[in-house]
Design a protein. Structure first.
Lengths: 478, 462
């Protein structure tokens, strides 16, 4: 959440974000509900703008949760895991990465509703760690621990916890989630509840505020879910048959938008008593299951020793961040950040309006590139986890997930392709650095360079085809 | 050192049809560029002197390997070699010297080749449509293998290739046979063929495909192959109607009575050692040439045999990143050969379902509403190839595979829901059957490599 947005939040909520956990959430949401129910939108807003503002916030939260879950999931494993726990740890990893995939679906769905309201995409977020009054808790990239699991559980918890969670267990989870500073952990569901009320209310948002013509450029399950979904796809991991269930819903009407946001809200929480008993249906329940079996302090270690909030070389690490100091790891961290930016750029590109001369036909090309970048991010994260964080050598490096300086989006299809080519060129410089090309993962670097060279060649044609009809094309390689 | 047992290696050899006089030279497939085509690298090849039947030399073929001489395709003609077990653990090539030590000479080895082509019989069920060929010899001449059939015209045969016992010499004293498959021709039952049913009866044309190769006698009492129609019974092949012919007025496929020269069967070797008769056999077959020799299918006969031999589960010690990468490479190579947009069921220039493809068969066989398999936007071939290359690249980083969940399980081949049809492997070229799955053993290999990648120390210890 941009810092300047906090100004609006402070006017929206009567409670201070610094209040004790027990008071903050109820008060803030009550205050928000009061606004939502009133006839006039909050100061400086129209209802439409307010809906976009809340959706942007929701997008930022989903984005942050997704990245956190990826980071936590990737931290699981390592040679120190006792053999008798291999199966369990592999299963936890798959569950958490499955939830991250579902968060990806949530993010895509929220973007669709934003597009449906005719607003620009909301892909930005703060770097870790960061906090906001609307965030469930201060976001941080952390390895999986009982404390981080507790935060995830509370964030995704239903209003009423299921009966089979004892009072003592709930207290322990809430205490761990609050941490030593006794910080508040908000429920994500509350934000969606407000959004659903607002978008579903014709007296606040007239039908004319909606843009069904954005439907063709909204992300679809067909294109994004890759066969994950509808609760029945199953998983290779024993005992998980219904997940992940990636929801990517589009909106062409008010009812669609409400249904999409409702589905997203419900996938996090266990929406009813039956779901609350099902270990697979909700994020809440899935995290709870892992928590029950997760090793208590010192019993054994389920994760690789990765730091909290790693950052690539550049500015000195801020409070709460961990500088990646190892030279080779630092370069891979830079590469990770570029590839992450590429992923976001592809995502933005898929939502760009259909243009002339076949832009729409290239939608799938961009989507496939985006999925390719997901694989690359996973691979580079894996490389980082095998390199030291610093000279001490006790901790490993890890994926920094730092945001680019800007997510200002290009205005034309050709400009998008030029951006993609530029990012490939920037990455090439790093991959050709002798510390990478002569390093521990040189074979991977060489293969990635080869992949990128072909991609750049293809993209240059697209960039040229969008603007130039005849004449020779530049033949260089990125 | 005495001979306790003989075996023929390889126990299974697949020849490939071709009409050139020169057999295809030996080559290996080597991955040099991780994202490129496999390199076809020439490998040591044995040259057989056509006159003497001896091996005249072992040589390194020139590159690039030639797959055809003008229009004639070079056949793949495998060697089958006899090995002798001389004690409990020793299997060595049977040679002239080894025979001599038993008081034997090469002429004491008796070879028998029995081949068949039962394609017509498989459909008509008429015993007289079975084509069989067999021959036995101990000399070093070329022995044509002539397929005979009760329903053939008098004096006509179906050539199924030839076999030759290679004459051992000082330089190449091993005992081996070479099978050279047939030319890859089509034989028939009629000079003319019906192309369609017209208003005034059948429309016919001269059949140039089988010109001068009419061998099937349609006048014989039980000769039903010309004009045969699948009866629509459980004994039909699945899918049915997969024989050359025309569609009659009811839309049923009517056979033109074609026969090809593919075949399979047994090669046997027999050797009398003292009072014991030692026997060994191998299976051989002849199939069509490889038209994309630098690419391998994602699931091969070798995968099937490995599963049959070792079971559906892989020992952790046999799990390796290279083996997983090989499966992904084969998937990528398959995709590279597909017209993904057409096979997905995308409309092509406004036309739907123009080719035989899985999406269409789902409608034909099960009355599923016709729909493309993947989202139509996603199947641009270059982009799908690039995506598979991304997977191959990511695996190079050492990250464990993450795609176990999207693999189709063997129990799911008939799942025609959107998500069922979108699992991997997704499509097959020109397939009109149900969806493909990896073998259970291949799936298990990928699944176990996840564990191995996540907990590397344990792997290193093993």
């Amino acid at each position: 959440m941009r810092a300047r947005n906090e100004r609006y939040l402070s006017s929206l909520f009567s409670a201070s974000p610094k209040l004790p956990a027990s008071l903050k959430i109820e008060m803030t949401m009550l205050a928000a509900a009061k606004h939502a129910a009133s006839e006039a939108p909050p100061a400086e807003f129209t209802w439409r703008e307010f809906a976009v503002f809340l959706l942007t916030t929701a997008a930022e939260i989903e984005h942050s949760l997704m990245v956190q879950y990826l980071y936590a999931g990737w931290s699981l494993g390592g040679p120190q895991v006792p053999e008798e726990h291999h199966e369990a740890v592999a299963k936890w990893r798959q569950i958490i990465l499955g939830i991250a995939k579902e968060e990806m679906g949530h993010l895509a769905t929220v973007q669709n509703v934003i597009r449906f309201l005719g607003a620009p995409l909301a892909l930005d977020r703060e770097d870790y760690p960061w906090d906001s009054v609307l965030a469930p808790y201060p976001f941080a990239l952390e390895r999986l621990t009982r404390a981080t699991l507790a935060k995830y559980i509370v964030t995704e918890s239903p209003e009423i916890w299921p009966d089979d969670v004892s009072v003592a267990d709930r207290k322990e989870i809430e205490k761990l989630a609050a941490g030593p500073d006794k910080q508040n952990v908000n429920r994500v569901g509350a934000l969606y509840k407000k959004l659903i009320e607002l978008i579903g209310d014709p007296s606040k948002l007239a039908t004319s505020e909606f843009h069904p013509e954005s439907y063709p450029t909204q992300s679809s399950w067909d294109e994004y879910a890759r066969g994950y979904g509808k609760g029945a796809r199953g998983s290779s991991v024993g005992g998980t048959t219904k997940t992940p269930d990636v929801l990517v819903m589009r909106a062409a009407s008010r009812a669609d938008a409400v249904a999409a946001l409702t589905a997203v809200a419900e996938q996090g929480e266990a929406p009813d008593k039956t779901a609350a008993q099902d270990d697979e249906s909700s994020h809440f329940r899935r995290f709870l299951t892992i928590f029950k079996h997760f090793p208590k302090d010192g019993a054994w270690e389920a994760t690789i020793p990765v730091p909290s909030n790693p950052v690539a070389p550049g500015l000195p690490a801020a409070t709460g961040q961990s500088q990646i100091e190892d030279a080779q790891a630092g370069l891979w961290a830079n590469i990770f950040n570029i590839r992450y930016r590429m992923l976001l750029s592809y995502l933005a590109h898929t939502h760009s309006p259909p243009g002339e001369s076949g832009t729409t036909r290239r939608q799938g090309v961009v989507i496939n590139r985006m999925f390719g970048e997901m694989y690359t991010l996973r691979a580079v994260a894996s490389v980082l986890s095998r390199l030291p964080l610093n000279a001490a050598g006790e901790q490993r490096a890890a994926a920094p997930f730092q945001m680019p300086y800007s997510l200002q989006l290009p205005e034309s299809d050709a400009a998008f392709w030029r951006l993609h080519v530029d990012l490939l060129a920037a990455c090439r410089t790093l991959l050709e650095d002798p510390r990478i090309s002569g390093g521990d993962h040189s074979e991977y670097a060489t293969t990635l360079l080869s992949l990128d060279a072909t991609a750049a060649e293809e993209m240059r044609l697209y960039a040229g085809a969008s603007t130039v009809r005849t004449g020779p094309r530049h033949k260089g390689v990125a | 050192m005495s001979i306790h047992e003989i075996r023929i290696l390889p126990p299974l050899a697949i020849a490939r049809l071709g009409s050139s006089e020169e057999p295809l030279e030996n080559y290996e497939l080597v991955v040099e560029d991780p994202l490129g085509h496999r390199e076809i690298r020439a490998a040591e090849t044995l040259r057989v002197d056509a006159r003497t039947g001896e091996i005249s030399e072992a040589y390194q073929p020139a590159t690039p390997i030639k797959f055809r001489d003008s229009k004639r395709i070079r056949p793949v003609a495998p060697f089958l070699e006899i090995f002798a077990r001389t004690d409990a653990d020793t299997l060595i090539p049977l040679t002239v010297d080894l025979l001599a030590a038993e008081g034997l000479n090469p002429g004491d080895v008796k070879w028998s080749v029995s081949l068949g082509n039962l394609k017509a019989f498989r459909r008509t069920g008429v015993e007289q449509d079975k084509v069989h060929a067999s021959t036995s010899f101990s000399d070093h001449d070329v022995h044509p293998i002539e397929g005979r059939c009760d329903n053939f015209l008098a004096g006509k045969i179906l050539p199924l290739g030839s076999a030759r016992y290679i004459r051992p010499n000082a330089a190449f004293p091993e005992i081996r046979l070479r099978y050279t498959p047939a030319a890859g021709l089509v034989y028939g039952a009629s000079e003319r063929r019906i192309t369609a049913m017209g208003v005034n009866g059948p429309i016919t044309e001269a059949d140039d495909v089988v010109k001068d190769r009419i061998i099937y006698d349609t006048t014989k009492e039980h000769a039903t192959w010309l004009g045969y129609v699948d009866p629509g019974e459980p004994t039909d092949t699945n899918p049915g109607a997969i024989y050359a012919g025309y569609a009659n007025e009811k839309g049923a496929q009517v056979s033109w009575g074609y026969l090809d020269d593919e075949c399979d069967g047994i090669v046997e070797a027999e050797l009398q050692v003292g009072f014991k008769t030692l026997r060994a056999f191998a299976r051989i077959g002849a199939g069509p040439p490889a038209f994309a020799p630098d690419s391998l299918p994602i699931r091969t006969v070798a995968d099937e045999i490995e599963q049959a031999l070792f079971g559906p589960e892989v020992r952790l010690a046999d799990v390796s990143a290279e083996r997983v990468e090989d499966i992904v490479r084969r998937a990528y190579e398959t995709v590279r050969l597909l017209n993904t947009a057409v096979l997905n069921g995308n409309p092509v220039d406004g036309r739907f379902g123009t080719e035989s493809m899985m999406s269409l068969q789902d409608s034909n066989d099960f009355h599923r509403m016709f729909a493309p398999i993947m989202a139509t936007t996603l199947v641009d071939n270059l982009s799908v190839v690039a995506l598979h290359q991304s997977i191959l690249t990511a695996l190079k980083s050492g990250t464990p595979p993450w795609f176990v969940d999207v693999l189709r399980q063997p129990e799911e081949v008939g799942d025609l829901s959107d998500k069922g049809r979108r699992k991997m492997p997704a499509m097959m070229r020109g397939a009109d059957a149900r969806y493909l799955t990896l073998t259970r053993r291949q799936i298990d290999l990928i699944r176990r490599s996840v564990t191995r990648g996540l907990f590397p120390a344990r792997s290193a210890e093993e």
